[in-house]
Design a protein around this ligand. Structure first.
Ligand code: HEC
Ligand SMILES: [Cu+2]
Length: 350
């Protein structure tokens, strides 16, 4: 019975070890699947790497404390358990020990000071990083429930899918993000690129990323901002310098004018769509919803809620609630022909 109990105690006390081992094993799997898996264990940018380094440091110190305290506790429980031949008398009672009390006061204070200083050092290293002249500036505006991206120096406005150039240690090309909100609190979080930074109304925040590998990095609004908060996803495309230049060139063009879809454009321009959406080169100048000038260049619609396919566009226009119950775009009550024409038009907007 007793042997069984101690075996169980050992099994329980080794549980956290097993968890840590599992996390470490998964970590290499995550690193392989780096892209597409929004994992803090596969950093691809300096701020994210610094934060992971700090987390592992804190985890190793707190893990050390956990195993020391847990181990001593388990040892005391087993070593001094009740035995059949106990006479029931109390053990000797000892009060006050200056050494022991000093030790358990001073050591924790030192540990907290070390954790505090290393954390503060990383926070300031990220916040105060000097901005190189080659840095790209992007203004990110949080909306219920989508992201607006403005490139003030390039004259580009887009939504939900951020394009940035790849950076390297020799030739740093970081992207500096200026974070604003048009309504409530949101939080910009792409775990592989940087820590969370909130977008607060009337309180601009700044952060930066310097992605070191090309690819798509996924993220998500990390602050509850309303019913559709969970479907306020982020995609960051890290492009080669050539891909990025080509993307910039395309985004600077006004909306494609394709005569074969003039009927769809007419529906768009004569419905309330124009109050909320902008398509440069048309009468539509609304800013309440995403800029649609280059809608067809995006892989997803509605902030990652659905893939950008003609069928999904049709469902979206008929009933935005189908993908995003509570989305702030109304169902427009158009007939099938109008929706078909609209979808045909929207799919030409490369
Ligand atoms: C009252 C304002 C409003 C009106 C009117 C409106 N929309 Fe929207 N639209 C929005 C908002 C807000 C979103 C973003 C929803 C989200 O992702 O949560 C949106 C998203 C979209 C998207 C997805 C864009 C993207 O990049 O993800 C498309 C396409 C779209 N609207 C088309 C239309 C069309 C076509 C009409 C007219 C038939 C229309 N909208 C009318 C507000 C509006
Ligand atoms: Cu949000």
């Amino acid at each position: 019975m007793i042997r069984e109990q101690s075996a169980r105690a050992i099994r329980l006390s080794s549980l956290p070890m097993v968890c840590v081992a599992a996390v470490v094993a998964r970590q290499s799997a995550w690193a392989d699947a780096a892209q597409g898996s929004p994992s803090i264990f596969a950093p691809a940018s300096t701020p994210a790497s610094s934060i992971l380094g700090l987390s592992l440091f804190v985890l190793s110190i707190t893990g050390g404390i956990f195993f020391t305290v847990g181990g001593l506790l388990a040892w005391a429980i087993i070593r001094y358990r009740a035995r059949r031949d106990d006479d029931g008398s109390e053990p000797a009672q000892i009060y006050g020990s200056t050494q022991v009390e000093l030790a358990w006061t001073v050591i924790p204070i030192l540990i907290v000071v070390v954790l505090f200083l290393t954390t503060a050092r990383i926070i300031f290293a990220i916040q105060d990083a000097p901005k190189p002249p080659a840095a790209l500036d992007v203004t990110v505006v949080g909306h219920q429930f989508w992201w607006e991206f403005r490139y003030p120096k390039l004259g580009i406005v887009t939504a939900n899918e951020l394009h940035v150039p790849v950076s390297s240690t020799n030739d740093p090309k970081p992207t500096y993000l200026h974070l604003l909100s048009s309504d409530v609190d949101h939080s910009f979080w792409v775990p592989q690129l940087a820590g969370k930074t909130d977008l607060i109304p009337n309180h601009p925040n700044d952060t930066w990323i310097d992605p070191l590998h090309t690819g798509v990095y996924l993220g998500q609004c990390a602050q509850f901002c309303g019913v559709e908060h969970a479907k306020m996803l982020l995609r960051v495309y890290v492009d080669t310098p050539e891909q990025f230049a080509a993307w910039v060139n395309k985004q600077k063009q006004p909306g494609v004018q394709d005569a074969s879809v003039a009927a769809g454009r007419h529906v768009f321009e004569t419905q309330a769509c124009t109050n909320c959406h902008r398509i440069t080169g048309t009468a539509a100048t609304g800013t309440f919803g995403p800029d649609l000038t280059h809608l067809a260049s995006r892989a997803t619609i509605a902030s990652g809620a659905a893939l950008n396919t003609p069928e999904n566009l049709r469902s979206w226009i008929n009933a935005p609630d189908h993908f995003k119950p509570g989305a702030l775009m109304p169902a427009m009550q158009l007939n099938d022909e109008q929706v078909d024409q609209l979808v045909a038009y929207l799919t030409t907007l490369h």
